[in-house]
Design a protein around this ligand. Sequence first.
Ligand code: MG
Length: 166
Amino acid sequence: MKDVVLRLLEERGVKVTDIAQIVAELCGPDDVPLEECVRSVETVIGKREAQHAILTGIALDVLAERNGLPEPLNAIVRRDEPLYGVDEILALGITNLYGSVGLTSFGYLDKRKLGIIGKLNSHRSGQVHTFLDDLVAGIAAAAAARVAHQRAGVGPSGPDRQAASG
Ligand code: MG
């Protein structure tokens, strides 16, 4: 299923490296190499919870694009109405995979719309990315939280092993 999700993301204009660049920026002063960020993004996308959220969100975007959702939902999703927050709620399911440290990053990305998130949010060429921009923010926030957990110097027998690995 991971391959399907990765292909779907690419079809919608998002590459793993696009998300990894945001992760690197979130990690900021820690100066995390891009390859480590790529690995972290791939690990997050490898989780079933993340895959389900991505599949669901992109399906809703695509349906809205084709005017295939019932009204008034179709118009709400197409317009990306500011008071419609289900896209953020779905994406938070991914962010929360690595604990509450991801929440701050997610909020930051929602405001600042770094990199590919800003491009998706501008809704060019008639495409609908109401869910996808938040999903990308959710993946990036989770991947950055994962890096932070791993870099906290937790050894293989440490109490946070489960949070840091996988
Ligand atoms: Mg959105």
